[in-house]
Design a protein around this ligand. Structure first.
Ligand code: SF4
Length: 313
């Protein structure tokens, strides 16, 4: 019989693959999240309607019937800097998103799963598991009042991290959970005050339908007149609440090397190119990196670009 690997072995592999942090939690259902989603279908019903199955994702056994534990890897996605003209218009977490091209983070996740598999552990990487809650349950950090997840040990405790949760069929001792908001009292809700569309409602509550990110890629039809100015120069995604957050200042001011992958494609995201792009341009140069809108939605891209240009100071 194969010798079972230990937590220490798994942690070492995560480090080798350059994940910023790793934690373990059990595979108990996320009951509070399910209850919250069920009680807030008005705000989250759209997610079920487009097939995100968030409610099903609150029970790891719906993902892997023999689920015993969850491993959460923490990816620090702002280790390298991005061109400022891109940061101005696009959410940072989308600038080096390889979920379609599968040539960056996806390869490291694949290698990690291969390592688990070689040691007799089956895993699934569900998109609909509550990732941030999993990370909090695995002791990797705390929440902000902007509903984002802040690292406890890495990226200078900023929110420029995202959890990758793997449901596995082996049991490991869970790390100590810490599901709490970690904001200092003196901040006085800078993120809530700064949110131009009033998506943030304070105390860690959010109306996802009012998020600028949501409005840029899933907004219904033409952007209503009253939102055109508040949505400012954001074309795809929004980092406003992260930028104003004092918990992020130490990481934001830290000098970073440039991200060569993003630099190489930055000219494709020039606003006048986006405004005049045709389908082949979109499908080849834009969609593989920012794919929430399909080819049929090029008009929406152009609408967002035109608004951003119109809002330029
Ligand atoms: S801006 Fe203030 S209240 Fe909002 S997440 Fe940051 S520390 Fe918390």
């Amino acid at each position: 019989m194969q010798n079972m690997i230990t937590k220490k072995d798994i942690i070492a592999e995560a480090e080798r693959l350059k994940f910023a942090d790793i934690g373990f939690t059990d595979a108990q259902p996320f009951d509070s999240q399910r209850e919250y989603l069920q009680a807030h279908q008005e705000e989250y019903g759209w997610a079920e309607a487009i097939g995100l199955s968030l409610i099903a994702g609150t029970d790891p056994k719906n993902i892997l019937p023999q689920a015993k534990s969850i491993i959460v890897l923490l990816e620090s996605y702002f280790e390298e800097s991005y061109p400022l003209q891109l940061e101005r218009h696009f959410g940072r977490c989308y600038l080096d998103d390889d979920r379609v091209t599968k040539d960056g983070l996806a390869l490291r996740i694949k290698a990690f799963r291969k390592f688990l598999q070689a040691n007799g552990i089956d895993s699934k990487v569900p998109f609909n598991l509550p990732h941030r809650l999993s990370a909090a349950r695995a002791g990797l950090g705390t929440f902000g009042k902007n509903c984002l997840f802040y690292a406890r040990r890495v990226a200078r405790t900023s929110s420029f991290v995202f959890p990758v949760a793997l449901v596995i069929d082996h049991e490991f001792v869970a790390d100590e959970a810490e599901v709490s908001i970690g904001c200092p009292d003196w901040c006085r809700n800078a993120c809530v005050a700064a949110c131009p569309t009033h998506a943030l409602q304070g105390g860690g509550k959010i109306d996802p339908r009012r998020r600028i990110s949501f409005l840029t890629y899933y907004g219904d039809g033409l952007t209503p007149l009253e939102l055109r100015e508040p949505m400012g120069m954001n074309i795809y995604g929004c980092d406003r609440c992260q930028n104003v957050c004092p918990r992020n200042t130490p990481w934001m001011v830290q000098e970073k090397p440039q991200n060569p992958r993003v630099l190489a494609k930055s000219a494709n995201f020039d606003l006048s190119c986006l405004l005049h792009m045709d389908k082949p341009y979109f499908e080849k140069k834009i969609w593989p990196h920012m794919f929430y809108m399909s080819t049929d939605d090029i008009w929406r891209w152009k609408m967002n670009v035109a608004r951003a240009m119109g809002n330029k100071p």
